[in-house]
Design a protein. Structure first.
Length: 450
């Protein structure tokens, strides 16, 4: 694949604000969601984003805003990729609200990839959430410390969470040097449901966003003014030569398979694929030229997946050579089944069985290269992505692997991408490059022409 190195410079502007936290669990997720809902209530078209590789927070953003939330991850996508993601989502929006990850300066082994890094890259004002339960004017030392740690940071204000009373708020205001744009009271409604991979998905939540608390406790006009102060950005769009084939790719999408980066789906569509969504729990396998099984919670729907009509049809399609790519939950579904108190029999395509563990088995970024073996994994394609799972796969001794990781665990000892015929299953949630996308399109086209 060759690229036009001249590319095209595109200048665009979108009011934007980043919500950061001093650490995980400080309340930034609930406050971000409440702010999104409050802005939408005002009639604004809100485009949501999430810094980092998370799937769950974006599902809540999407539910609230009615627009697909996009990941901004410099480690997987690179700096230009982050700018492209912001640009891709901003069309037609009045404001972008960007939720940070972990603590403001927490990145991969350094500040790289952190909320502070992305905010600077996007030239976006940043609001820092500080929980102040049991604290008074010490909050100013925290705020100043975060501001002065990097004098070039875009930190423009703070939102104080878990404020005990009006008197507490008055004390917190005394001596403030950084604008305080929110005093969020302790409230039982600031609670989010969770399970082993984090919060429940957006379409499963049973609680409403605390819009009234945000409206009463935050200076929304000041936040909007800050967002509007963000300057225009310029991105360089490369013109890539890629196949002009038209193919149909089946995408499993239901409560069992719900972890997809919008970037990946966009890449497939831009490269010529019509995406056909279906549920392996209840639908037959559609007439497609390739199949994409994302991650999710197959273990919570094991019985329905075992009984679903697609199970045997996918196994037969694999035997017939259909290109199939499965990630994490998709990998599990492609094995013989899930073992535990009861054994569930799944597609039986890949030589191994799956089990759940009481704690996570892998968490972090993955990097590596394809090593061959299938039309989806010709040798030498760079792989970048993320792993987070509580399951493990016990492979048969004769299992073959199409990906070797230099960072990350994979299925076993840095080997990922177990394959049979043209079916590949991996633990890595990949961020699709143009080269990998082209490979999927070509594989689907070859199947279509056979």
């Amino acid at each position: 694949m060759k690229e036009n190195q001249e590319g095209e410079n595109i200048r665009f502007s979108i009011p934007r604000i980043v919500i950061a936290g001093i650490q995980s669990g400080c309340g930034k997720t609930t406050i971000t969601r409440g702010l999104m809902a409050a802005l939408k209530k005002r009639g604004l078209v809100v485009q949501p984003y999430k810094i980092g590789p998370d799937f769950i927070d974006p599902s809540h953003h999407t539910r609230i805003c009615g627009r697909v939330s996009r990941n901004l991850d410099v480690i997987m996508a690179g700096e230009e990729g982050v700018l492209e993601s912001l640009y891709a989502g901003s069309a037609g929006a009045d404001i972008a609200v960007i939720e940070g990850v972990m603590g403001m300066y927490d990145g991969m082994d350094s500040v790289f990839g952190s909320t502070a890094h992305i905010a600077k890259l996007l030239k976006a004002p940043l609001l820092l959430v500080i929980p102040v339960h049991g604290m008074a004017t010490s909050v100013h030392a925290i705020a100043s410390g975060f501001k002065n740690y990097d004098p070039d940071s875009t930190l423009a204000g703070v939102i104080l969470n878990k404020v005990g009373s009006r008197r507490h708020a008055d004390i917190l205001k005394t001596g403030a040097k950084i604008p305080q744009l929110g005093f969020i009271p302790k409230d039982s409604r600031f609670h989010t449901e969770s399970r082993h991979l984090g919060l429940v998905m957006g379409d499963e939540t049973t609680t409403d966003e605390p819009v009234d608390i945000i409206e009463e406790s935050c200076d929304i006009p000041a936040i909007l003014s800050l967002a509007s102060s963000a300057p225009p950005l310029t991105i360089r769009m490369q013109h890539a030569e890629h196949p002009s084939y038209r193919v149909k790719i089946g995408v499993a999408r239901d409560p069992a398979f719900c972890f997809y980066y919008q970037h990946n789906l966009d890449m497939l569509k831009k490269s010529g694929a019509a995406l056909i969504y279906f549920s392996p729990m209840q639908d037959h396998l559609p007439d497609v030229d390739a199949l994409y099984l994302g991650g999710g919670y197959p273990e919570l729907h094991a019985d329905m997946l075992e009984k679903g009509p697609a199970r045997d049809e996918i196994r037969a399609a694999c035997d017939d050579g259909l290109p199939i790519y499965g990630e994490c939950g998709g990998l599990l579904y492609l094995t013989n089944g899930l073992s535990g108190e009861r054994t569930y029999h799944w597609t039986g395509v890949l030589p191994g069985t799956s089990e759940m563990a009481p704690r996570f088995q892998a968490l972090g970024y993955s990097e590596g290269q394809t090593t061959g073996g299938t039309s989806l994994t010709p040798k030498g394609i760079d792989v970048r992505g993320h792993e987070f799972h509580y399951s493990f796969v016990i492979p048969d001794r004769d299992a073959s692997y199409a990906i070797h990781l230099t960072r990350g665990k994979g299925i076993m000892n840095g080997y990922d991408g177990m394959y049979v015929h043209d079916t590949v299953g991996c633990y890595t949630h990949g961020w699709f490059s143009q080269r990998f996308t082209d490979t999927i399109i070509r594989a689907a086209h070859s199947w279509k022409r056979r």
